[in-house]
Write a protein that binds this ligand. Structure first.
Ligand SMILES: [Zn+2]
Length: 193
């Protein structure tokens, strides 16, 4: 059980660094393929339309230069109201079975919707953060329940350790969260002569 919990919270144990990189104290950048980013937003959309605080998780791997590479967006089974959300333990077991255990993926960011333009982490948010004990862990908040341009209109908080979180300025967000094209098609179909 301890092992499962540690896997859920993004800590690898019993594995060498060659097998899996542990979460570093600071993720230099997080690279999110655009298709995954848009899938995340569309999975959160039904919550936003009902004006509920929906939540989703971004999983992936960490490069040697401490960049988080997102491979999978997960929307766990959850309970939602207009002011809060709850991801029960059983839901996290399903997440573990889907992405953590088979692929050894790490939690790179937790995302949730907020009412209005409130983008701070509430004390409840800090308690519920799956990466609350992981310095360098990332929480993303989409204000207005994600209903106003969620692609650009989101705020990032970084776990500084000892229960403290730091809110990024927009410029830091833009330089450290990169939405990368998931496919680039440069074919021209010209005849080779
Ligand atoms: Zn919140």
């Amino acid at each position: 059980m301890l092992s499962l919990l540690k896997k859920i919270f993004g800590i690898s144990i019993g594995q060498t660094q060659q097998e899996q990189r542990q979460h570093p104290l600071r993720l230099e950048r997080i690279i999110i393929p655009s298709a995954i980013w848009h899938q995340l937003i569309s999975m959160l959309e039904p919550y936003g339309q009902q004006r509920y605080e929906g939540a989703a998780l971004l999983y992936g791997f960490i490069s040697k230069s401490n960049e988080g590479i997102v491979t999978t967006a997960v929307c766990p089974k959850q309970y939602n109201t207009s002011r809060t959300y709850e991801i029960p333990f059983e839901s996290m077991s399903s997440v573990a079975e889907s992405v953590i255990i088979p692929y050894r993926a790490l939690l790179l960011a937790q995302v949730h919707l907020h009412p209005g333009d409130f983008t701070d982490l509430s004390p409840k948010d800090m308690k519920k953060a799956l990466n609350r004990s992981i310095p360098g862990g990332i929480q993303i908040i989409m204000p207005h329940y994600g209903n106003i341009q969620p692609e650009q209109n989101f705020v990032v908080h970084e776990n500084c350790g000892n229960g403290a979180w730091r809110k990024w300025a927009a410029s830091e967000r833009d330089s450290r969260i990169l939405i990368m094209p998931y496919a680039v098609d440069l074919r021209s179909f010209e005849r080779v002569v």
